[in-house]
Design a protein around this ligand. Structure first.
Ligand code: NAP
Length: 506
């Protein structure tokens, strides 16, 4: 049976309809009508979340872990319907949605086992030293505690893994925080069916319904109302630099400023060193083209920038690299994009790049409506260093080659990079001395540094960091993927001489 959305918000266990409606704009299949989010819906969800906080945060970790496992099972029980409406709304292929569903349920289960083990508590104890001179030491215990209700913004490019029950929601629920999701208006039906799975899990586990709400979008004012609501204590966001920055500024300007964990833009530079270009130029070029076009380039880890040796002796190899990349990209046809707005922004960015002096167009073709064809451009390190606009992320299958005369130019470009989610080194043994000089620069620029791979494909695990200095994220000390991401929604509290009967159960 295909899923037919009810088109309502889910507020603390009740489906709530609003008089103002918006119509979904799927890539294919039927459109549906949805309630537009209002400030009143935000207030109702936020008050219910605050009311549920005391009981939910006091639950033993095992009970919260069972809840997360049940959400995963309820998502799996709706697998076919989720894939159907997800592919219709986003235009992403079914195989991608199925893989993303596995990642989403895997994330929920990873957080369940993480909190069962108790590692997230970071518990520390300095026992009392009553006889210490000149002053005695009190008994001091530290533990991480949940911050309170959390707002989550669903991402357009991960309708499951970074949306209603995605990484931000899983981390916040695992931490003991109620969640209010602002659904992305590009996939409201996918959001609704996943919310239905969360509601089923809440009911099955006997958890207060205020622990989870979904408010559909349709109007930008709903996101602003959400981050400004006094009950909200932290925000998780994945999206554009403009939207993220606007919401970050609202969080900072509140009477009580709150942390805004925004994962924003990144061009994910790939530095090809001379030994690697010589030994594996064609292999790196085809791998780069495949990484650039994966998911129509709509990944935050899309490696949009390649630094290429082009000085004395490397000219022919650099030309061959560009030609191989161009051929591989040209063979990829047009791909459907997530929204018409994202497709329009891609077309605009192509025109903008092509018009910049010193930028050579190697591949650019007409894009059909709501679709993207790969594009490739080339410029010199000197031009790139002079023009900050060339640092901006283009969301889509677009690559920019920056040719560098020598190691000094590569280092200068690396030093001038803005904050990134990832930086990649393509290197051979002979490149070690230069790579050693670049490493201290790259690790200050990015959340993840990789060698001889491609950054698309973010492993969900203990050691992953998906974040980085601004503008990659608004909080360079955090990650939005992996078990460490739970720390965004926890706060250390020190208990001094508190009797055992008053300490948190954990
Ligand atoms: P977006 O425009 O930043 O929207 C993300 C979420 O924030 C949506 O829920 C949106 O509401 C809300 N929002 C945006 N600006 C707001 C504002 N000023 N006030 C209140 N709420 C606001 O991102 P998007 O729709 O996913 O994609 C647009 C562009 O973002 C893309 O072209 C791409 O450049 C970039 N992007 C980057 C990444 C990345 O990982 N780096 C990922 C996705 C997109 P609505 O639903 O009502 O629009």
């Amino acid at each position: 049976m295909p899923f037919t959305p009810n088109g309502n918000h889910l507020i603390a266990g009740t489906w709530v309809s609003a008089p103002d409606r918006f119509t979904s704009r799927p890539a294919h299949g039927p459109s549906h009508s949805y309630s537009v989010g209002r400030a009143a819906d935000v207030a109702a969800a936020a008050e219910a979340a605050e009311a549920a906080f005391a009981s939910y945060s006091a639950l033993p970790a095992a009970a919260r872990a069972d809840f997360l496992d049940t959400i995963a099972a309820e998502i799996e029980a709706r697998a076919a319907e989720i894939t159907e409406i997800g592919t219709q709304e986003t235009g992403l292929p079914a195989a991608r949605l199925e893989g993303e569903r596995g990642r989403t349920t895997g994330q929920l289960r990873l957080f369940a086992s993480h909190i069962r083990a108790g590692a997230h508590l970071d518990a520390r104890h300095d026992p009392a030293l009553p006889d210490r001179a000149p002053l005695p030491r009190p008994d001091l215990r530290l533990m991480q505690r949940p911050v309170g209700p959390v707002a989550v913004f669903g991402a357009s490019n991960f309708p499951l893994a970074f949306s209603v029950a995605g990484g931000d929601t899983a981390a916040a629920l695992a931490a003991g925080c109620p969640v209010i999701v602002k659904g992305h208006s590009a996939h409201p039906g996918t959001g609704e069916i996943v919310a239905e799975a969360v509601l089923a899990a809440l009911t099955a586990c006997g958890i207060a319904p205020g622990v989870f709400s979904l408010i559909q979008g349709g109007d930008r004012s709903v996101g602003a109302a959400l981050v400004q609501h006094p009950r909200i204590k932290a925000v998780g966001f994945t999206g554009s630099l403009t939207g993220g920055r606007a919401l970050f500024d609202l969080c900072a300007a509140r009477p009580e400023p709150i942390p805004f964990f925004g994962e924003l833009g990144s061009v994910n530079p790939m530095v090809v060193l001379p030994g690697a270009l010589h030994a594996r130029g064609a292999e790196i070029a085809t791998g780069w083209a495949a990484s650039l076009t994966l998911g129509a380039g709509q990944f935050c880890t899309n490696p949009g920038l390649a630094l290429l040796p082009a000085g004395a002796g490397a000219e022919a190899e650099a030309e061959a690299f560009a030609a191989t990349t161009r051929t591989a990209l040209a063979q990829t046809g047009a791909q459907v994009m997530l929204t018409e707005g994202i497709a329009a922004a891609y077309r605009h960015e192509q025109q903008h790049l092509a018009a910049i002096e010193g930028v050579e167009c190697l591949l650019q073709a007409e894009n059909p409506p709501r679709q993207a064809r790969p594009a490739l451009y080339r410029t010199s390190a000197r031009q790139w260093l002079e023009n900050p606009a060339l640092q901006e992320e283009v969301f889509g299958p677009l690559g920019l080659i920056v040719t560098c005369e020598d190691a000094a130019e590569r280092l200068a470009v690396a030093c001038a990079l803005q904050g990134q989610l990832t930086c990649t080194l393509q290197m051979e043994e002979s490149d070690l001395p230069e790579a050693r000089a670049l490493m201290p620069v790259l690790e200050r620029k990015a959340g993840r540094v990789l060698a001889n791979g491609f950054p698309t494909g973010v492993e969900v695990c203990d050691a992953m960091v998906h974040g980085g200095p601004y503008p990659a994220s608004t909080n360079f000390g955090a990650t939005s993927v992996g078990t460490l991401s739970i720390r965004r929604f926890l706060r250390p509290v020190c208990y001094q001489d508190i009797p055992a009967a008053l300490l948190p159960q954990a």
